[in-house]
Design a protein around this ligand. Structure first.
Ligand code: PEP
Ligand code: MG
Length: 582
């Protein structure tokens, strides 16, 4: 049994078989073989080694001819490793005596070899590990042949273990079979984390390196509440977690009873709980959990999940599906927030050393007007089907907001010319996620119909801390007093105008902040649909006067740790049994 501590990003417990995802998406189908199949399995190993060696010799010859013997020596070294008698006898031993499948034996052994190189404190030697992984892949390719099962073609439930998952890889996971995932890198605000919440599967990121220790096929537990990953758990641990799964199930059933009850505080103040979605199918999750609408539709996932740029029709279909399913409840479409870690189709900008500070989001939209206009046309066309709203992400300056609104007005004119119907009064809002926008918030409220605070980015830009970097996770804290002041200023300015203000960053779905945010005056929360019942439960259990007291006290404190501890204690006091993740 091996325990890894990472960052909890999507709650719940998953227990199942590991699938190690690497660039080639290999999957070890089964770790063990039947006793009477040993001879056959040894033959398979032999055939794979022979085929792998023939392949390498072929490459060796071509390279020797075209580039000379010096370059061909790379393959000579691979060949020697592959045909090494020590390696072979180790593999045979594992198959014969421990009944490992050849795939599992190859992967375990070569990963152990690679680890020796990875541990050496020389970057050059550590790179040699790549040669060993190369041999592992080659043998696996021959062993698995056509039985190879990639990540895109799963046939049974798995827990995905990966070094990193890009947002598009995460978006393309087969949600019928992926029951949870773990990545070695990544931080609390990474989009991988957000997609895990959308899929409603437990996830842990930022565990640090461990993939050399697993081959796939092993039993794994992902504890998405504590950020723990347990490889090959012992029986007692397994029993403990199986009980946890049962308890979670009963808690979910208890919360289900809240579905049709109103989200009001104990003193009768209405709170609006909307859902955040990334994919149209999540509308069902919102309806099932009794969400009052959709407060954030991250439309960039339409781009990430498709081969080319989505056409106007693809946009329109997605938006109309969502707005019609919500049956008159509000749906807020955020225009694409591409760039930084999410950049399909467009060429990567040259010399982009700080993607989070570079051409991302609304900046990218204003540079690629055709793409932006295509999306806006589809939004406007869908606006006649229900209560649709649009908002622009990452607004930093008034000029930027005005430009975006001008493009929208221009697209409206175009639709007018073609006699295409749309809602002329469609509310237009902006995200408040750059500190500059908060500093200028009294001006911004004059020019929008609503605001939405994106704490994921607001924290990142306020504290100058990369939301996806596990090494600075200690600084990435929603409870930082500087962040709280910015949130409070935004709510005050919105109330003064007045324009409605929502919070749609992860902070708003975390139970430990509910009282604080209610106390600051927030009445619109947009959260992952799975969090709706729990947040509703808190709202119904507290009064606004209690919350104001909590907020006032928290705002006097000087550091995030004290504030988090205080909020956790208050939550426990009011709702014993809830502790929340901080
Ligand atoms: C945010 O920044 O808080 C937000 C909701 O947007 P995203 O996480 O998509 O950047
Ligand atoms: Mg954001």
């Amino acid at each position: 049994m091996q325990k890894l501590q990472g960052i909890a990003v999507s709650p719940g417990i998953a227990i199942g078989e590991a699938l190690v995802m690497d660039n080639e998406g290999f999957r070890i189908p089964r770790p063990y073989v039947a006793r009477d199949a040993v001879d056959e399995e040894l033959d398979r190993l032999q055939n794979a080694i022979t085929a792998g060696a023939a392949e390498i010799s072929g490459y060796r010859e071509v390279v020797a001819k075209e580039l000379g013997e010096k370059y061909a020596a790379i393959f000579e070294a691979h060949l020697q490793m592959l045909q090494d008698s020590k390696l072979r006898s180790e593999l045979e031993d594992m198959i014969r005596h421990r009944h490992y499948s050849p795939e599992y034996a190859v992967s375990r052994t070569l990963r152990r070899y690679a680890q020796v190189f990875q541990r050496l404190e020389s970057a050059h030697l550590a790179e040699r590990a790549a040669d060993i992984f190369d041999i592992e892949k080659r043998l696996l390719r021959h062993l698995l042949g056509r039985r190879r099962e990639g990540i895109a073609h799963l046939t049974s439930p798995v827990l995905v273990l990966a070094h990193n998952l890009t947002p598009s890889e995460t978006a393309n996971l087969d949600r019928r079979f992926v029951m949870g995932f773990v990545t070695e890198i990544g931080g609390p605000g990474s989009h991988t984390a957000i997609v895990a919440e959308a899929l409603e599967i437990p996830a842990v990121v930022g565990t640090g390196p461990f993939l050399a220790d697993v081959s796939g096929g092993e039993m794994v537990i992902i504890d998405g509440d504590k950020g723990l990953v347990i490889l090959q758990p012992d029986d007692a641990t397994l029993a403990h977690y199986r009980l946890g799964v049962e308890q979670n199930r009963s808690a979910a059933v208890r919360l289900e009873a809240l579905r049709d009850l109103p989200a009001v505080t104990a003193d009768g103040v209405a709170v609006n709980l909307y859902g955040n979605i990334e994919f149209p199918y999540e509308v069902e999750h919102c309806i099932d959990r009794g969400a009052a609408g959709i407060g954030l539709y991250r439309t960039e996932f339409l781009y990430l999940g498709s081969e080319g740029e989505p056409t106007e029709e693809v946009h329109y279909q997605a938006y109309s599906q969502v707005v019609e399913a919500m049956g008159g409840k509000p749906v807020t479409i955020r225009t694409f927030d591409l760039g930084a870690d999410k950049l399909p189709h467009l060429p990567p900008p040259e010399d982009e050393r700080n993607p989070c500070l570079g051409l991302r989001s609304i900046r990218l939209a204003l540079r690629h007007l055709t793409m932006f206009r295509t999306q806006l046309r589809a939004v406007l066309r869908a606006s006649v089907l229900g209560d649709l709203r649009v908002m622009f992400p990452l607004i930093s300056t008034l000029l930027e907001l005005r430009q975006a609104k001008m493009v929208l007005a221009d697209v409206m004119e175009d639709l007018d010319e073609h006699g295409i119907a749309y809602n002329r009064q469609m509310p237009v809002g902006m995200m408040v996620e750059v500190p500059a926008a908060v500093v200028m918030i009294d001006r911004f409220v004059e020019e929008v119909d609503f605001l939405s605070i994106g704490t994921n980015d607001l924290i990142q830009y306020t504290l100058a801390v990369d939301r996806s970097n596990k090494d600075v996770v200690g600084l990435y804290n929603p409870a930082d007093p500087a962040v709280l002041r910015l949130i409070s200023m935004s709510i005050e300015a919105a109330d003064k105008k007045p324009v409605p203000i929502t919070m749609c960053g992860q902070m708003s779905g975390n139970p430990i902040y509910t009282m604080l945010l209610l106390g600051m005056g927030l009445r619109h929360f947009s959260i992952s649909p799975a969090a709706v019942p729990e947040i509703k439960n808190i709202c119904r259990s507290v009064t606004t006067a209690q919350c104001r007291e909590v907020a006032a006290r928290a705002m006097t404190m000087e550091n995030a740790r004290d504030i988090t501890n205080y909020l956790r204690e208050e939550l426990k006091r009011r709702l014993p049994g809830l502790g929340g993740e901080g």
